[in-house]
Design a protein around this ligand. Sequence first.
Ligand code: SF4
Length: 349
Amino acid sequence: MQNKLILENLTVEELKDFFENNGEKSFRALQYFRAIHKNRILNPIQMTNFSNNLRQKLYHYNDIINCSIIKRIDSKLDNTKKYLIELSDGNIVETVFMEYKTHTSICLSTQIGCKMGCKFCASTKKSFIRNIEPYEMCAQIYLVENDLNLKINNIVLMGIGEPLDNYDNVVRFIDLITNKEGQDMSIRNITLSTCGLVDKIIKLADDDIGINITISLHNPFDDERSKLMPIGNKYSIEKILDACDYYFNKTKRRIGFEYTVIEDVNDSKKYMDKLVNLLRNRNCLLNLITLNPIEEFNQKSPDRYKMTEFMNYMNKNNVNTTIRRKQGVDIDGACGQLRINNMIKRGVK
Ligand code: SF4
């Protein structure tokens, strides 16, 4: 996107070069990194341990200050909060904060729009615009933490976009957010959700990143899955499962599978049996999700009885299965919906 050097994308070592090249002591690099990534001081003008001159210079190379919350919607049913965050170029991303008994969690967007074209997903309906920069992923966390005055314990890369289609930026973001001088987030508390980009799953294993991954499966039959998720035309389920086995063998991280249950589409015994057949001998967790209908995808959600029946059948057949608790359903629950509704209100078609 920008050609300008953005300091919030840099590691401490890279920042040292910047400070030295600008006639400053290299220890300033660590001070700057900590100010942004640990103390969440996003405006260099407020970094009072730097001279006025240096603050002005840092301001010029700082873009995170131009990221801001433009809207927050609080669920009345639970503690979910949805944010619309405007980035420095005016693009808008959606970020979701969730609170559980034991921890807090944030669902981040990794792209503006998405190329993958999954039929049930609102994110793809306004097409792909650009990848999100590492600092813009950090900004989603820091703005929410500053807004709520708390620390987020868990990150899921499950918002707008296919994270593995923005591989380099996502890996750099993970590097920044797990840095001991910054947020020091545990790699074990980061989960990436993918529609199944096989080559990138293998790369992630080879690069030894060590995060949790979860696969959006949604249908166990290749022909039907491809109609829902066009990526299925490139990578078969067998290839995806092979890549998952490779990932598991390298990282020992249990793989998650997400399955959105759609009434009369993928909820009959035929689908359950095929899922059992695919997943039974794997160290994995199947997460059943009740469809959150969007206008453009005219399908029905199954009732609670059907979901429980599905889960019990899978568990009985040795596939470890849970039902994902619905969060924030009263506030445009499905991924990408809030952003799209806002774009429509602003006249963006
Ligand atoms: S489900 Fe994920 S990969 Fe598919 S279109 Fe939506 S954001 Fe993209």
